[in-house]
Design a protein around this ligand. Structure first.
Ligand code: GDP
Ligand code: MG
Length: 441
């Protein structure tokens, strides 16, 4: 497995301080193989590996995890990050009917997925859904959707033989409006290969129906071709998301990474079977584990993450207790927050999180606040960073100017830093890290 292979690479590194570039590069050779085996498209592999290498070089090897574990964790986190961090559903909060258009190659699973999503919206979202097939190329394609609609108890637009896709779309739109449907799903035709006639038809349908969601449906086994498919479709219409079908088979799911990287759009669902309830919201961490191809990767990563959290918190606690927690430490913490996608991931890690949360709540969005705080610390001199008590009124004005913020912002940051120190002292009294739990959240 990848973890074993990485273990070999890093055995000799144990006890050394930071991951250096040549060690990381060596490890990334294994990662590269794992990604290619998972069918991630080559150009995507290259970019990804480059990015992760940059992130990993210089990171400290923690005491209680092996460097191999740590690299697996870094790769895993970067995968999750690239795949989209969290599940994202359809966005249909518009004046009804919301229009969802399905596009993709023939056989990718468009028609089945249309019915699956319609069923899900009907049952879970309590929406009134209508489906219409615009596939006039494939014999009986419209009947196929009607049959699925009957199975799923979802309405379908009556078939008018001989009508062309754009006209069907117009008729569907009108029917959905008149009959008060919340959602209209348009299932379109596909070809075996990307061709211009298909693209033109798709664009024409999109321009008459103005969809709120355009979902690209892709077979998880698409592999190296994924990049071309994703590119051609995303160049022609404004995709809002991707559906990856046949994830119930033995696809490792590398297409997910390729799709995400090329389209920049979230993967919203995965198809998990031929039946109409074979659909799930996309779970980035699950797919990341699958791409890395290790049954043990999830527990390994979780274990490493736990250890890393505890170790970092312990080290931080020790520094705070000694009164050593300075602006450099705070900055590290803020950067960690950014890496972990804001505050939510950090809740169990940072002493004094309550204070930070309050500071955030009174400010703007997470990211902006983090960036601003980082800028403020960046405008301090090294001396000030090491000894924040030096920062008097005059220095505050200079720091505010330098960081494009206000003295008020600088004060907020200093106050937060101070409060974190106070929390730390309390924590020590309460018996160290165990007492921390009560102070968090
Ligand atoms: P379209 O040409 O894009 O409309 O594709 P279809 O919806 O007709 O699907 C083609 C075949 O793939 C059908 O036999 C489906 O049952 C099958 N299929 C679609 N999605 C999935 C899935 O998630 N898992 C499995 N195992 N089969 C699927
Ligand atoms: Mg079809």
């Amino acid at each position: 497995s990848l973890s074993e292979r990485l273990g070999g690479v890093f055995d000799r590194l144990r006890g050394r301080g930071a991951l250096n570039e040549s060690d990381v590069r060596e490890a990334m050779r294994e990662v590269r193989i794992a990604l290619l085996e998972a069918d991630v498209a080559l150009p995507v592999v290259r970019t990804f590996v480059e990015k992760v290498t940059e992130q990993a070089v210089g990171q400290n090897v923690l005491r209680s995890v092996t460097p191999g574990q740590q690299v697996v964790k870094i790769v895993h986190d970067a995968l999750v990050d690239t795949l989209g961090a969290e599940a994202s559903d359809l966005e249909l909060e518009v004046t009804p009917p919301a229009i969802v258009m399905m596009v993709g190659l023939q056989g990718s699973g468009k028609t089945t997925t249309t019915a699956k999503i319609a069923k899900r919206l009907t049952e879970k979202g309590r929406k009134k859904v209508m489906m219409a097939s615009l596939d006039v190329n494939r014999p009986a394609a419209q009947e196929q959707l009607a049959t699925l609609g009957a199975q799923a108890s979802v309405a379908t637009l009556p078939i008018v033989p001989g009508q062309q896709p754009v006209d069907i779309a117009r008729r569907a739109l009108q029917a959905a409006k008149l009959q008060g449907f919340d959602v209209l799903m348009l299932d379109t035709a596909g070809r075996l290969h990307v061709d211009q006639a298909l693209m033109d038809e798709m664009k024409a349908v999109a321009s008459v129906s103005e969809p709120d969601e355009i979902l690209l449906v892709v077979d998880a086994l698409t592999g190296q071709d994924a990049v071309n498919v994703a590119k051609s479709f995303s160049e022609q219409v404004a995709l809002s998301g991707v559906v990856l079908t046949r994830m119930d088979g033995d696809a490792r799911g590398g297409a997910a990474l390729s799709m995400r990287a090329v389209t920049g759009k979230p993967i919203k669902f995965v198809g998990t079977g031929e039946k109409l309830d074979g659909i799930e919201l996309f779970q980035p961490s699950r797919v990341a584990g699958r791409i890395l191809g290790m049954g043990d990767v999830v527990s390994l990563v979780e274990k490493a993450a736990e250890t890393i959290k505890v170790e970092e918190a312990e080290a931080l606690a020790a520094r705070m207790a000694k009164g050593l927690f300075d602006m450099n430490d705070l900055r590290n913490q803020l950067n960690q927050m950014k890496r972990m996608g804001g505050l939510s991931g950090l809740a169990s890690m940072l002493p004094g999180i309550k204070q930070v949360k309050q500071a955030m709540a009174s400010g703007a969005a997470d990211d902006k606040v983090l960036v601003r705080m980082d800028a403020i610390i960046g405008s301090m001199t090294p001396k000030e960073r090491g000894k924040p008590e030096l920062i008097n009124a005059k220095r505050k004005i200079r720091i505010a100017k330098g960081s494009g913020t206000t003295v008020q912002d600088v004060n907020k940051l200093l106050k937060m830093h101070q409060e974190m120190g106070t929390v730390m002292k309390k924590m020590k009294k309460m018996g160290g890290l165990k007492g921390l739990a009560g102070l968090l959240g």
